[in-house]
Design a protein around this ligand. Structure first.
Ligand code: AMP
Length: 404
């Protein structure tokens, strides 16, 4: 059984078979070696058109198996030694590294060489690897763009392009760079784009840069992973930290705490350490080495708590995470869903607790509308809950809501 860098955990699969999707015997062998028995929904729908060379828009959330949905066809369609033919754009360094692990495995038969071009690490070694005749580049847009400007890489032979988590790249402000990158790639190419949402700028990108794409939507109803229990703790602003400490004591499993700003992640880490918590943090001011170590530490159980900014909200696949705590609610509803998606990966169960104050009420209503359920109000011992006054939709009168 394969024990390499590909994360392993239960994920919901279909009853179809990989061999019915047009994949080569060598690729089917690699699939078996990592223990994938049946394709997931997105794999079963995307692999055939991707192998046929069609452009494709896949509406799929992280954790639905989409990395293999594009890595398998790419590994089968490209062969080594014809120049840089494949380009995969990812929003975060961690997703890029995970994607490269898939390509290293599935590309063995065609001797494919892939290079990761990500920020936060030195340019020198990347330049060297870019000179060693890679077939595929897996990149975050910012760093790839730097290399393009310095003429370290040419995209003029790229034939297959994947844009992964397109909506998230938009949030991170990569859109201008993505446009410039797309303009540097020949028009005669195949483009596969994946996204969990389809906001207008992404739609426009799709219309301008894709040719009659096949559209595949495997987003679940409610658009948040199943198996997740949500809890909401309404508190006074000054009680946030006390509430968090109590929650960390109640739930003793592996926990990912989300916070909006890097500076606050550092601050919170310093609040928790004296309380004897094994805690680390991850955000974009840390070096790539520190970020990988922080994730690895959570995976291996070296620390049980990781504090993260939204940079870690998507794509990170750590099956052990049992509890997500939103120390601050995210700006956007999509980010609530993506943060929540870091637990209950595949078919596991998970818990998402959010700490909020009265100022968050409009955002809470928006989240509830999107996930089509009310976030159950909960309390922790010793902390006076904030009691909401809520307008009923029909009666338009103010009600005092009982806290659970
Ligand atoms: P992804 O959405 O690509 O990040 O994949 C989520 C997780 O599902 C990863 O741990 C993959 O290794 C796993 N996975 C993907 N496809 C399958 C499959 N067909 N059978 C079992 N596990 C899978």
């Amino acid at each position: 059984m394969y024990t390499g860098a590909i994360p392993q955990h239960d994920v919901e699969t279909t009853r179809r078979t990989f061999s019915s999707l047009g994949l080569s015997p060598a690729i089917l062998d690699s699939i078996r070696s990592i223990g994938f028995e049946h394709p997931t929904e997105i794999q079963s729908l995307a692999i055939r058109p991707a192998l046929a060379g069609d452009d494709l828009i896949g509406l799929a959330q992280t954790g639905s198996g989409k990395t293999a949905a594009f890595a398998l066809p790419m590994a089968q369609r490209l062969t080594h030694g014809r120049g840089l033919r494949g380009l995969i754009l990812c929003p975060t360094r961690e997703i890029a590294l995970q994607t490269k692990a898939f390509l290293d495995l599935f590309g063995q038969d065609h001797k494919l060489r892939s290079v990761c071009v990500i920020g936060g690490v030195k340019m020198g070694p990347q330049i060297q690897r870019l000179r060693q005749d890679p077939d595929i580049v897996v990149a975050t847009p910012g760093r790839l763009f730097d290399h393009m400007e310095r003429r370290n890489v040419s995209l003029r032979r790229v034939r297959m392009l994947v844009i992964d988590e397109a909506d998230h790249m938009l949030d991170l402000g990569f859109l201008p760079q993505i446009r410039r990158i797309l303009e540097a790639i020949p028009e005669r190419r195949q483009t596969l784009m994946f996204s969990a949402t389809m906001p207008p700028p992404i739609e426009r990108l799709a219309q301008r840069f894709m040719k009659e794409p096949v559209r595949i939507d495997v987003l679940p109803a409610g658009r948040a992973a199943e198996g997740i229990s949500h809890r909401l703790y309404m508190v006074q602003p000054e009680d946030r930290t006390a509430c968090l400490l109590e929650l960390l004591q109640q739930e003793t499993g592996s926990t990912l705490i989300f916070i909006r700003r890097k500076i606050d992640a550092e601050w919170l880490c310093k609040q928790l350490e004296p309380a004897g918590m094994q805690v680390e943090r991850i955000h974009s001011n840390l070096s790539q080495g520190q970020r990988v170590a922080a994730l690895q530490g959570l995976r291996s159980g070296e620390h049980r708590i990781l504090i993260a900014t939204d940079i870690a909200a998507r794509g990170i696949d750590i099956p052990v995470i049992e509890h997500i705590i939103n120390f601050t609610l995210p700006e956007k509803v999509e980010d609530y869903i993506h943060r929540a998606g870091r637990t209950a990966r595949g078919t596991a169960d998970g818990l998402v607790s959010s700490i909020a104050t009265w100022q968050d009420l409009p955002r809470i209503r928006e989240i509830e509308k999107t996930i089509e359920k009310e976030l159950p109000r909960c309390v922790v011992p010793g902390i006076e809950p904030y009691v909401e006054r809520k307008k009923t939709i029909k009666g338009r009168k103010l009600l005092r809501r009982r806290l659970l």
